[in-house]
Design a protein around this ligand. Structure first.
Ligand code: SF4
Ligand code: SF4
Length: 197
């Protein structure tokens, strides 16, 4: 079960988003006054054509073309917009629900293929790990510092008195069972197939 109410096409986008289980009960979507604070503080907007204020406006206008806009896939859920919005709206939540709706409607699966290894890491280690596809980009941004961190992570954690990062034994089995029984694993595999076809 992925959504509250599967007959979502009979609703406009605002109602779809407000009724989604991911939306906060007090989400101020309808109170958006188009002040643009979300965009002015958004790192994704700074480095791409993504515009959270414009996305919210198109949702409020029930403009379905927002679902075709490739820029909405640049949001990376940092929640800065949410913490800055004066009317308790969250462009971040709006984006998450919008993207999930697009995926459920069968579109843009190729856009999440590179993130699937993040999901698979829950199966392998019991925790979310940065997708290996991003390794080169992280090395480019952080250089040798990032490589040294990767190489010495276990020693650093031990020195700090932190337990093993990955889950093991029964704990890991339990997580895997939850992911299988809840349909998470199957969903990952479905997206993988759709994204690669
Ligand atoms: S900060 Fe909030 S009120 Fe302002 S444009 Fe963004 S969503 Fe709308
Ligand atoms: S969550 Fe997305 S929309 Fe909000 S500030 Fe971060 S990147 Fe921008």
């Amino acid at each position: 079960m992925l959504k509250k109410g599967m007959d979502r096409r009979s609703q406009n986008m605002v109602e779809e988003i407000k009724s989604d289980y991911k939306a906060s009960a007090d989400l101020g979507l309808k109170r958006c006054m188009q002040c643009g604070l979300c965009t002015s503080n958004c790192p994704a907007a700074k480095h791409s054509n993504y515009d959270p204020r414009e996305m919210v406006k198109m949702v409020l206008d029930d403009d379905q073309e927002i679902k075709e806009n490739p820029d909405i896939w640049n949001c990376f859920y940092c929640y800065t917009c949410q913490s800055n919005c004066p009317v308790n709206n969250s462009a971040c939540q709006v984006n998450q629900i919008l993207r999930e709706t697009i995926l459920l409607e069968g579109g843009n699966n190729e856009r999440i293929v590179e993130f699937l290894s993040y999901g698979y890491s829950y199966m392998d280690f019991g925790v979310g790990a940065i997708p290996s596809d991003f390794f080169d980009a992280l090395v480019k941004d952080f250089g040798d510092h990032y490589i040294q961190l990767k190489i010495n992570l276990e020693d650093i954690r031990e020195e700090l008195g932190l337990v093993d990062y990955n889950l093991k034994g029964e704990s890991l089995d339990e997580i895997r069972n939850i992911l299988i029984e809840s349909g998470f694993k199957k969903r990952l595999e479905t997206f993988q197939k759709q994204g690669e076809s």
